[in-house]
Structure formats: C-alpha cells, structure tokens
Design a protein around this ligand. Structure first.
Ligand SMILES: [Zn+2]
Length: 290
C-alpha cells in the first residue's frame, strides 16, 4: 500500500495569491525573509487579502538564509504571544522552512530539536494552527514537502527535518511572485528543481505517480529555465518553473532523493555553497558513479 503525500489544497497560476482572501480563521502570522517580499509589494498584497478575509495579521520577518533552530524558537515565542490559527510561510525556502519549524515549537514548546533530526519524529501538528506555503523561488518544492532544512550553526550541520506532518495544508504556487527573483537565484533554484526530478525518478522507491511528475517536471525545466533566467518578467516561464518546482517537490516527497542531496547538504553547511549550485556540481558525478 502506498499513499501520496501532497498539500491538501493547491492553488497554482499567476495571481493565485489572491486566494488568501477566501481564508476562514481569526489570526494569521506571515513568516518571511529579508526585504524582497516587502520591496516587491507581495507582502502588502498578502496582508490586504488577509484583511479582506477579516483575519488579524502579524509579521515575523528577517529570517536568514539557511535558518537556524534558534530562529525557529524566536518565531515560536512570537506565535505563542499572538496565538495564530494560520501560519503562512512567504518567500524563499529559508522563510518557509523556518516557518515550519516555528509551527512545531509553537505547538510543542518543549519539543527536542535533536530528537526531531531523526526521520519521522515530529509530533502530531494542527493542534493550534494550519500551514500555508507561498514560495517566491522555484526550486525546493517545500510548499508540498514534509521537509524543513534547519542549520545547527555551532556544529556546522544542515539537518533535513523529515515528517509528513510538515506537509503544508495549502500551497499557493503563483509565478508572478517570482518576477523579481535575481538571475543567479533563478538558476540555482531551477537546478535544484532539476535535481529533485532526476533523483526522485531514479530512486529505489517505485512510485508511478512520482515518476510521471518527475519526468514532466524535468521536461518543463529544460524548456523554461534558460528563458526564466534571461527574461525575468516572462510570467509564463516563471509560472512554468514554479509548476516544475512543485512537481519535483511532490515527486521526491513520495520517492525520496539520493546521494546528490546527501553530499550537497553537508557541503552547503560547511562552505556556504548555494544548494542548487552544489547539486549541479555533484549531479553529473553521482550519475557517473551510479
Ligand atoms: Zn534540493
């Protein structure tokens, strides 16, 4: 028996951020990174849709690249004060992954980070809040995966926290949000999406659904990544890459990844190499080795 793990509701297409205005609830907290969501106007638009839905909204911003467990604890403390029933990760994978960990510590303030670095060791979530992921980069597919990559700075180790509990309730895959993404991030994250598709497809776990998604996602990356890098405001290419990223994420959420990612997480934490770039360096070598 197999079960396909996927975000419960997926809105995809340019402009789907507006789905936030149909949310029902009382309070939402938006977790985001540095300035990019603010500068592009996306954060303001998200807040205005939530206001239209009559949700009181708070912001936790400034999540760093490769977020630490300490940042997750700080965010959880803000959530404990605010008591949101929706947590919204908005931005790159760092913001969304940090928001996932904040969610865990908000629901379980005494949860042991060390213990959760073991696979499938996150307690049952959704006791206090549900989760929405709105990615602004097209690579990790974190909007539909049970994965949060959290860094222990003291040890210099990146931990993939793995649990289907972490799969978001709602994913909003809106390519318009990516229009301001710089070219080097577009290429690095796009190569991450490509690697997810390849590793999920050749994984030992047989899964027809994952295989079809991986093959389809790979095709889309080959047809659109170059265009998305060269013409950042081509929303069709942006949306296509965003869709491919989701498809790659959904594929590996169900068929898992391989040696490229095992190596890449370690090298990324030790030497600060962007995740997609280190994947792209390892991928041809791992294929040759295999
Ligand atoms: Zn990856």
């Amino acid at each position: 028996m197999s079960k396909l793990f996927v975000a419960s509701e997926v809105f995809h297409g340019a402009g789907t951020l507006s789905e936030l205005k149909n949310l029902t609830g009382k309070k939402a907290i938006i977790v985001t990174g540095g300035q990019s969501m603010k500068n592009s106007g996306t954060l303001d638009r998200a807040i205005s849709y939530l206001t239209e839905a009559e949700l009181e909204t708070a912001i936790f911003d400034g999540v760093e690249e490769d977020p630490s467990s300490a940042t997750s604890l700080r965010g959880a403390a803000v959530m404990t004060d605010f008591q949101p029933d929706w947590i919204i990760g908005l931005g790159g994978c760092s913001a969304i992954d940090a928001a996932k960990m904040m969610w865990v510590f908000y629901e379980y303030p005494d949860a042991n980070f060390e213990a959760m670095t073991q696979p499938f060791n996150v307690p049952t979530l959704r006791q206090k809040a549900k989760f929405i992921a709105i990615p602004s980069t097209s690579g990790t597919g974190t909007e539909t995966t049970g994965l949060a990559v959290i860094t222990d700075r003291e040890k210099g180790v990146k931990y993939p926290i793995v649990s289907y509990e972490l799969t978001p309730d709602i994913a909003i895959v809106d390519g318009e949000i990516c229009a301001t993404m710089p070219a080097h991030i577009t290429s690095n994250t796009g190569l991450d999406a490509l690697t997810h598709c390849v590793e999920a497809y050749v994984s030992n776990i047989e899964n027809n659904y994952a295989d079809a998604l991986a093959k389809g996602g790979l095709e889309i990356v080959f047809e659109n990544l170059e265009e998305a890098v060269k013409n950042p405001t081509n929303i069709i290419a942006r949306q296509n890459m965003h869709d491919a990223s989701f498809m790659g994420g959904l594929a590996f959420n169900n068929a898992w990844l391989g040696i490229v990612h095992s190596l890449s997480h370690q090298v990324g934490a030790l030497y600060g190499v962007p995740h997609g770039a280190s994947n792209a360096i390892f991928l041809p070598n791992v294929i040759r080795f295999n």
